[in-house]
Design a binder for this molecule. Structure first.
Ligand SMILES: C[S@@+](CC[C@H](N)C(=O)[O-])C[C@H]1O[C@@H](n2cnc3c(N)ncnc32)[C@H](O)[C@@H]1O
Length: 306
């Protein structure tokens, strides 16, 4: 899928559950709000409008390309709004960012997990099936290990575990074994090479009946591993949020697969810290799903710090 148009890279990502997020965050002028996954600034633009000139927005993203997009979009809003600070950091590093900004606590936080349509359209890091660049799959290329290197160095059982746990891939064993076999002669370096290896590994009947690209779950698993996505979310839920959110403050988290949603659901059950405001997660309306198919799997959970 291509997310860019023309020579100039322009953001095409549509913010999911926008109306619901803004409603649930219960924004008023003057609040200190963190958008921990600012992306192209789709949600932040509306947050800024509601917190007004006295408000403060802190936008974090691990991806420098996304921060550039956010910077351009929010520049216009900044003229009429208060403070807007954008930083290249993981949301798990929020305490250090707050310290740098000399802020002790925050009123609201939004996490819109996963990746953006703009990253899928970025030809250089292998996120999209048609990407021709190296199969990197990292949001922040300054840290961690690119996916192609994981494919080259992990043992068959480690690869199998990643595919099984992070991808919930039913053919994890067959695929891991094919990946290890292939790397002896032709190491996998691109999205196309990975797709081909997966196609070779899975039974032809499953291949023929597949409704989506048969490598979808493998890409998801490798991306989660390359970015340690679940670890970041665990740190956020277990230690960062209870520490930085003011009592009465709200956290809104959108997840796109069951692994993330399970962690959020579990954390918000802790009544010593949270009043759960969404016993059932909020999902996108049929109308939004028609316009933006990406939101079909989105689940929004919101809780208030007690
Ligand atoms: C679904 S997009 C966010 C889109 C954004 N809400 C908008 O409307 O434009 C997710 C973003 O989170 C970023 N991201 C993923 N994990 C992150 C982390 N641990 N810390 C900060 N940003 C992260 C990705 O780079 C990506 O830009």
């Amino acid at each position: 899928m291509s997310g860019m148009s023309g020579d100039q890279k322009r953001p095409v990502h549509l913010p999911v559950l926008l109306r619901e997020v803004i409603e649930q965050l219960d924004l008023t002028p003057g609040l200190v709000v963190v958008d921990g996954t600012v992306g192209a600034g789709g949600h932040s633009q509306h947050i800024l409008q509601r917190i007004g000139a006295e408000g403060t927005l802190i936008g974090l993203d691990r991806d420098a390309m996304m921060l550039n997009f956010a910077g351009e979009k929010l520049e216009l809003e900044k003229l009429s709004a208060g403070q807007c600070h954008l930083r290249q950091a993981s949301y798990a590093e929020l305490p250090a960012v707050l310290e740098e900004l000399e802020l002790e606590s925050i009123d609201r936080i939004l996490l819109d997990l996963g990746l953006s349509s703009d990253q899928l359209g970025d030809d250089e890091r292998g996120f999209g099936f048609e990407s021709t660049g190296e199969l990197d799959l990292r949001f922040d290329i300054r840290t961690g290990v690119p996916a192609w290197k994981l494919l080259e160095t992990l043992s068959e059982s480690e690869l199998c575990e990643i595919l099984e746990i992070y991808g919930e891939e039913r053919f994890s064993q067959r695929i891991a074994s094919e990946l290890v076999k292939q790397r002896k002669t032709a190491p996998i370096r691109t999205a196309a090479e990975l797709i081909k290896a997966v196609q070779q590994a899975i039974p032809s009947k499953a291949l023929a009946s597949a409704r989506k690209n048969p490598a979808t779950r493998v890409f998801q698993a490798l991306r989660i591993a390359a970015n340690q996505e679940l670890k970041q979310l665990e740190i956020m839920l277990e230690s960062v949020l209870p520490q930085v959110l003011k009592p009465g403050g709200r956290a809104a988290i959108i997840s796109f697969h069951s692994l993330e949603d399970r962690l959020v659901k579990q954390a918000f059950k802790n009544q010593a810290i949270w009043k759960n405001l969404t016993p059932k997660p909020i999902i996108a309306t049929q109308a939004e799903q028609r316009v933006n198919p990406r939101c079909r799997t989105a689940k929004l959970r919101v809780a208030m710090k007690t």
